[in-house]
Design a protein around this ligand. Structure first.
Ligand code: ADP
Length: 167
């Protein structure tokens, strides 16, 4: 499995799966979530609503998959990162679960390439250095059959530099 790093906008990336840092409602929001729904069109939201009607949204640390609509990717894997407050150890475990559950879903769908944004490091205020370390450690530990390439896409310079150092 190859690990790649780029700086840019996840909505522009052609991969089998891109990950969305969603919220528990699955109804869209700001940041990367807003960008994905805006660029991907209404099909993504429709599938999110179907999932929400079936299972009541998505819990923190878990992941669900939908079409990628008009995006160049095939699928969007929506995960809900933890908000950085309260019990820090618990939040770190939940962030790790986001990465491992996305990979589990990707594996289930036999995806070969998957792209992650820096989950929880925007509106949810998770410290970027801790988040980057958790992201990298978790994907390195994951045992995979189908996934050949995992890309971290950093939107901001600070995250990009942190990942560059850690990788
Ligand atoms: P969260 O609520 O999980 O913190 P945000 O969307 O606010 O989610 O931020 C998560 C990360 O996504 C941040 O590092 C932010 O800079 C980044 N981000 C925002 N827009 C995009 C985009 N279009 N492509 C990739 N990453 C993005």
């Amino acid at each position: 499995m190859e690990i790649k790093l780029i700086q840019g906008d996840i909505t522009q990336i052609k991969a089998e799966g891109i990950v969305n840092a969603a919220n528990t409602s699955l109804l869209g929001g700001g940041g990367v979530d807003g960008a994905i729904h805006k660029a991907g069109g209404k099909l993504i939201l429709e599938e999110c609503i179907t999932i929400r009607n079936r299972q009541g949204g998505c819990n923190v640390g878990e992941a669900v998959i939908t079409t990628a609509g008009n995006l160049p990717a095939k699928y969007v894997i929506h995960t809900v990162g933890p908000v950085w407050n309260g019990n820090k150890t618990e939040k770190e475990q939940l962030l790790a679960s986001c990465y491992s559950n996305c990979l589990r879903v990707a594996e289930e769908y036999q995806l070969k390439t998957i792209v992650f944004p820096n989950i929880s490091t925007g509106i949810y205020r998770f410290p970027k250095d801790r988040a980057a370390k958790i992201a990298i450690d978790t994907i390195k530990q994951f045992q995979t059959q189908s996934i050949q390439e995992i890309t971290f896409v950093c939107f901001d310079e600070e995250n990009y530099k942190l990942y560059q150092q850690l990788l």
